[in-house]
Design a protein around this ligand. Structure first.
Ligand SMILES: [Zn+2]
Length: 276
């Protein structure tokens, strides 16, 4: 594997701002041999001093350890700094073969080691890990805290890595990430649910037919429901009016789903009806 010159593009897919730190494409302790894991760190830098005061240290190193120390820096504002495309000295000795310096990517997030994490920084942290998982074909289980793969390290502090990995997995398996411009958009299912109206007794529109079709597809329309209707099931499915019979079927569906039996088809009912 050569120098990872795609890392800036990968970072931009998070939707968070990205700075390409000068010289990053050729910076590294040689090329990156392989990418089998991702290691999350905190910088243990100053408590103040701006968005990413540890940049110079992560890029250039510190006494006894030459830089670069990680591929990415992550600012308090969620700003991503792309620092190196080659191998970095961020985890040695590693207790995991997938998380050595030669087999993993390092992310150094600005934090003094005890201060609270800004929500926007955590959002960027999860999204950056998710985009790296996508790029390198890794499961979210390969995202590790430094403390999980190195017995001498405490970082990153106070982040529950099981929760973190679950969120990364949801991002990897969920909707595609937003493009490089603009904030993250809703998923297509959220979009659809937002467009669907509330259906209640007395309504007369085409969305009522959608409710009927979904209830039938879910097995919640017994033959007795359409026994007396002209054209039987076909006629029942075409009916655009929300009548008492339909409301009762909606209640039965809500009961089966364990949601509020109000007979109204709103977001809480549309979601299981559409199985999203
Ligand atoms: Zn670390």
């Amino acid at each position: 594997m050569p120098f990872l010159t795609q890392l800036a593009d990968v970072a931009r897919r998070t939707g968070h701002p990205v700075t390409e730190v000068g010289g990053w494409k050729t910076r590294g302790h040689g090329p990156q041999p392989e990418v089998k894991g991702i290691v999350c760190h905190h910088t243990a830098g100053p408590a103040a001093g701006g968005d990413y005061p540890s940049l110079a240290v992560v890029r250039d190193g510190r006494p006894g350890l030459d830089g670069p120390l990680s591929h990415f820096g992550l600012g308090r504002s969620g700003h991503v700094y792309v620092i190196a495309a080659g191998r970095c000295w961020h985890n040695a000795p590693s207790t995991s073969p997938q998380h050595t310096n030669s087999s993993s990517i390092g992310i150094e997030a600005e934090n003094d080691g005890s201060q609270p994490w800004p929500a926007v920084q955590l959002d960027a942290y999860r999204k950056l890990c998710a985009e790296l998982c996508r790029e390198f074909g890794l499961p979210a289980s390969r995202v590790k805290a430094h403390r999980e793969v190195n017995t001498a390290k405490p970082d990153p502090h106070s982040i529950d890595m099981n929760d973190f990995r679950a969120a990364v997995a949801a991002l990897v398996n969920g909707a595609p990430a937003p493009g490089p411009t603009g904030p993250p958009g809703p998923t297509w299912t959220e979009d659809i649910l937002r467009e669907l109206p509330l259906i209640r007794l007395g309504d007369d529109n085409y969305d009522v037919k959608t409710v009927r079709g979904c209830l039938f597809a879910r097995g919640h329309v017994p033959p007795t429901a359409y026994a007396g209707i002209q054209d039987g099931l076909e006629g029942w499915l075409k009916t655009t009016q929300c009548d008492n019979g339909l409301v009762e079927l909606v209640r039965g569906f809500q009961r089966a789903e364990g949601i509020d039996e109000d007979g109204l088809v709103g977001p809480a009912t549309w979601a299981p009806l559409l199985r999203v």
